[in-house]
Design a protein around this ligand. Sequence first.
Ligand SMILES: *Cc1c(COP(=O)(O)O)cnc(C)c1O
Length: 495
Amino acid sequence: MELYYKSTRNSDLKVSASKAILTGLAPDGGLFVPERIPALALSIEELAAMDYQETACALMQKFFTDFTEEELRSCVEKAYDEKFDTEEIAPLAKADGNYYLELFHGATIAFKDMALSILPHLMTVAARKNHADKEIVILTATSGDTGKAAMAGFADVEGTRIIVFYPRDGVSKVQKLQMVTQKGRNVDVAAIRGNFDQAQSGVKALFEDREFAEELAAHGYQFSSANSINIGRLVPQIVYYVYAYARLVKYGEICPGDLVNVVVPTGNFGNILAAYYAKQMGLPLGRLICASNENKVLYDFFRTGTYDKNREFVLTTSPSMDILISSNLERLLYLAAGEDAAGTAERMRKLQVSGRYEITAAMKERLADFDAGYADERETAEEIRRLYEKTGYVIDPHTAVASHVCREYQKRTGDGRPCVIASTASPYKFAGSVLSAIDPAFGAKDEMELLADMPSVSGRETPMAIREIREAEVLHKTECDPEDMKECVKRFLGM
Ligand SMILES: *Cc1c(COP(=O)(O)O)cnc(C)c1O
């Protein structure tokens, strides 16, 4: 049966999966959501016998119904190959009684690779299906990891261009170097003199700018998005939750049907939303625990039912979660409101004009699957050190936020179910914060120097992503103010 996609702000608008992937954002500014969430319809035993690629094919077929099996298999094969440094693609590591789902074994060593290594392939097939005659311009705002993963994924992909905006002072040294050294004929990147929310709002405004869309079309261009507002990113993220659950069964850690909690270090709410979709499909998940850093707008939202971004923006050691406007929450709100598109549009309007909105008591009740917590900077560093001293396992600051929140949740509730913690970045990507948390003596060294200490401390080999930036040439030096993003895009496109 064909599955269509609707906008969270207008239920009358209905498009195919490929069209939703190709356009990224709905024309009314809403996010595309499937008109129903398909059932898993596979036994855990069947899933336990599948490898990552087979799991990905089986799940994506349920969501992307206008793609043929052949097309999806080809996308999956191109995405999940030797770019990943382990055949398991997303291995589980057990430490201190919890399971760390390592989502950082791809080309750019953060979890964004899980979806961004397949999105360009889905996009090319989608363009062909919809007879798109224009060059697709992927416009992306990044808090550090999406940008590089998108550039790596789209570099030199026929028929596409990629433009990335990142906050100049809001990313780690490794993240920045990864972006400014990216090769590819079709790649451009600019540092914004502002924070991530400004970059993201700027990108959204360009998407919604009708006049600009016409101007682009006249030059043979059409925008799409590689941010997690694109449904083509969300669906591939469901795969690893299903895969992780099936692996726990296969390894004899749990019995089929046992409930497993999931803890996710959260920024734009894409990763945890994928876990929610997995649960809606029928995967036996218990609590979905949303972990925030000091920008704890989501923690406050789940506690009080009020979303309020009017607060100080804090730069933390987990920069990919330094976000006050969590885009994907819109998809959850829509579901919690019983698919009320008008209500969702109204809340998003309020968010835009006053920076806050409230949900009803009934909606709050429908969010009972979620729990939330946060870790401040001290707690984050402390968790890295604690886990290292107890087990030798080294985690990055984003994962540490989740790990701290997981333990606090377990203490607070006494819930003894197994917990899967989404481990979203390699410790190599944030070597400075990680090593100085483990031993303050490391604090005296430069971040690039510290990378040499990582193999012995972490027991992991230096990943390719780190080896290649050491000598790479800086290719991108553009900086711009948030108000000038449109001009910047025009310049990149030669308009
Ligand atoms: C993007 C990112 C996150 C946040 O994920 P969302 O899907 O935006 O909630 C967490 N950790 C790392 C390392 C990331 O790159």
